[in-house]
Design a protein around this ligand. Structure first.
Ligand SMILES: Nc1ncnc2c1ncn2[C@@H]1O[C@H](COP(=O)(O)OP(=O)(O)OP(=O)(O)O)[C@@H](O)[C@H]1O
Ligand SMILES: [Mg+2]
Length: 205
């Protein structure tokens, strides 16, 4: 059963603005914001808490099981600082948010991040770790890199994703319609065969 709503991954280094973007996109499109952190906690898809990295040690199999019904239904915004765990067939668009390192440093410092985590995250942003991960895991044409340094960037990015979502929905509706017509046509030709219309030449010959 094809989905009538797209699934979008919003990813990037911690602090780039994934949650801020997802909240705005959800408001504007009606897509459901799925914060993976919350799912991991609520469904206990983890093997404990990593104190140094200040994050859950995620049990990916359990997480994917918890997400599958939502992904199959469609219309979700997956908000997580990793992306290659999500199966390709789930994903219609991957937004990789990028942030200037000094801006990101300030954001993380404001959140009181431990030095170890702050440094590791900054290195990951500078090394484009998430962008590489996305490009390796998904088709090039569905991966977009967007800046998230300032509020204007956020507004612009949200507008772009809203426009993309509308276009995707129209496209999908057209595809579903075309497929419907095709299957109607083949039903018609079956019906004609059933009624012997196509078989006249054979029976006469
Ligand atoms: N484009 C932006 N312009 C200005 N401030 C931003 C922008 N994006 C995010 N912020 C601010 O940066 C902080 C971190 O944003 P947010 O929580 O959305 O990041 P995140 O990627 O979800 O982080 P995490 O990976 O830790 O969940 C917030 O205070 C948010 O208001
Ligand atoms: Mg977040």
């Amino acid at each position: 059963m094809p989905r009538s709503l797209p699934n979008i991954v919003v990813t990037g280094t911690p602090g780039v603005g994934k949650t801020s973007h997802c909240e705005e996109i959800a408001r504007a499109t009606g897509l459901e914001h799925v914060a993976i952190n919350r799912i991991v906690r609520e469904h206990e898809c983890h093997e404990g808490w990593d104190d140094e990295m200040q994050s859950w040690i995620v049990d990916e199999d359990k997480l994917l099981d918890a997400l599958e019904p939502l992904a199959d239904r469609g219309g979700i915004l997956l908000d997580w600082h990793a992306c290659d765990l999500f199966p390709k067939r789930w994903v219609d668009l991957v937004v990789v948010l990028r942030c200037d390192s000094s801006v990101l440093y300030d954001r993380m410092a404001a959140r009181g991040y431990a030095e170890a985590k702050l440094q590791e995250n900054l290195d990951a942003e500078i090394m484009e770790v998430l962008l590489e991960e996305a490009r390796e895991a998904y088709d090039e044409e569905i991966v977009v890199e967007l800046r998230s340094d300032k509020v204007d960037d956020l507004d612009e990015n949200v507008e772009r994703v809203v426009a993309w979502t509308e276009a995707w929905k129209k496209d999908q509706a057209r595809r579903a319609n075309d497929e419907g017509l095709e299957s109607e046509e083949s039903e018609d030709s079956n019906a004609m065969e059933d009624h012997g219309v196509n078989g006249t030449a054979d029976t006469n010959g």
